[in-house]
Design a protein around this ligand. Structure first.
Ligand code: HEM
Length: 266
C-alpha cells in the first residue's frame, strides 16, 4: 500500500522518499568500478600475444586452471564470462536510469551542458554514447566467449578475429570500452571524493591527466594486440591452417620423441 501511495504522490504517507535510488547509485558505482578494473586485467592478459604465441598459450591454460586440471578446463572461462556478463547487465540496467527518456529530455540536457561549458558535464555525453554502444558490442563478445571458451588461444583467437570477422567489432568495442572505463573511474573518484585531499580542484586536474594517460596507454596496448591477432589470423589463412589449434613447443617435442621410440622398436 505504501508503495502505491509513493507511486502516485512521490512520497510515503510519512512524507518520506524511497532510498532505493541512492542504493541503485551504489550498485552502479560498484559494478562499474569492478568492470573497469576487470578490463585492465583483461587487456593485459589479451596483450600477452605481443610477447609470443607460446606465452599467450600459457596464460590461456593458466586461466583454464591447468595447475588443477590436466590440460586446463575451459568451463572455468565460461563460468567467469557468465559472471562478468551478469555484472555487465546489472551495470547497464543501472546506467539506463540516467539516459534521457525522450527527445525533450535530451534537448534540455544538451542545452544545459552547452550553457555551462563544463568539461565534466560534456564527459557525461561520451559516457552515455559509449555505454549505449556497449549494450550491443559487449554482449556479442561476451556471448561468443562464453559459448566458445575452448577456442581461446594464439591461433583460435586469431582465427576468430580475422577469419570470423570479429576485428571490426573489436575496433569499435575497444574504443568504447577504453573511453567508457577510464572516464567512469575518473567520475567515481570525483563523485565519492576518493582523492579530494586539501584542494579538490587541483586534484581534479591531476586526475584528468591520469585519466587521459590511462586511456592512451590502454588504447595503444589494445590496438597493438588487435593488430597482432589480425596478422596471425592472416598468416593462418596463407598457411591453410585456419581452424587448427596452436601446439606448444614442449608438446611437439614430446610427440616427436614418442614417434621416434615407436620407430626404433619397429
Ligand atoms: C570473462 C570475460 C571475458 C573473457 C574471457 C574475454 C576474453 C577475450 C579474449 C580471449 C580476447 C582475444 C580475442 C578473441 O579470442 O576473440 C578478447 C578480446 C577483447 N575483449 Fe574480451 N573477454 C571478456 C570480457 C570482455 C568484456 C566485458 C569486454 C568489454 C565490454 C571485452 C572487450 C574486449 C575487446 C575490446 C577485445 C579486443 C581487444 C584487442 O584485441 O586488443 N572483453 N577478450
Amino acid at each position: 500500500m505504501s508503495d502505491l501511495i509513493e507511486g502516485y504522490l512521490g512520497k510515503t504517507v510519512e512524507g518520506k522518499k524511497s532510498r532505493l535510488p541512492a542504493k541503485l547509485d551504489y550498485i552502479q558505482s560498484f559494478t562499474g568500478g569492478f568492470l573497469a578494473l576487470f578490463m585492465w586485467a583483461h587487456m593485459l592478459l589479451v596483450s600477452s600475444i605481443l610477447i609470443s604465441e607460446e606465452f599467450m598459450y600459457t596464460v590461456t591454460k593458466l586461466l583454464e586452471g591447468s595447475f588443477i586440471f590436466e590440460g586446463g578446463n575451459p568451463l572455468l572461462v565460461t563460468i567467469a564470462a557468465a559472471f562478468i556478463f551478469v555484472v555487465f547487465i546489472v551495470h547497464a540496467a543501472m546506467g539506463m536510469r540516467k539516459l534521457p527518456g525522450n527527445f525533450k529530455q535530451y534537448q534540455v540536457m544538451r542545452a544545459h551542458a552547452k550553457n555551462m561549458g563544463h568539461d565534466d558535464t560534456k564527459l557525461w555525453f561520451t559516457q552515455a554514447f559509449t555505454g549505449f554502444a556497449m549494450f550491443f558490442l559487449g554482449s556479442v563478445h561476451l556471448y561468443i566467449i562464453m559459448t566458445n571458451s575452448a577456442d581461446i588461444g594464439p591461433y583460435a583467437s586469431s582465427d576468430r578475429v580475422w577469419s570470423e570477422w570479429m576485428w571490426p567489432l573489436y575496433i569499435l568495442l575497444l574504443l568504447a570500452v577504453e573511453f567508457h572505463g577510464t572516464i567512469g573511474l575518473y567520475r567515481l573518484c570525483v563523485k565519492w571524493g576518493w582523492f579530494d585531499g586539501d584542494n579538490p580542484r587541483e586534484t581534479r586536474k591531476a586526475l584528468k591527466k591520469v585519466k587521459w594517460g590511462l586511456t592512451v596507454f590502454f588504447l595503444v596496448l589494445g590496438f597493438a594486440s588487435l593488430a597482432a591477432y589480425m596478422k596471425i589470423g592472416m598468416e593462418q589463412v596463407e598457411r591453410n591452417n585456419v581452424g587448427n589449434k596452436f601446439q606448444p613447443q614442449a608438446k611437439v617435442m614430446e610427440y616427436k620423441m614418442i614417434n621416434k621410440n615407436v620407430g626404433g622398436i619397429a
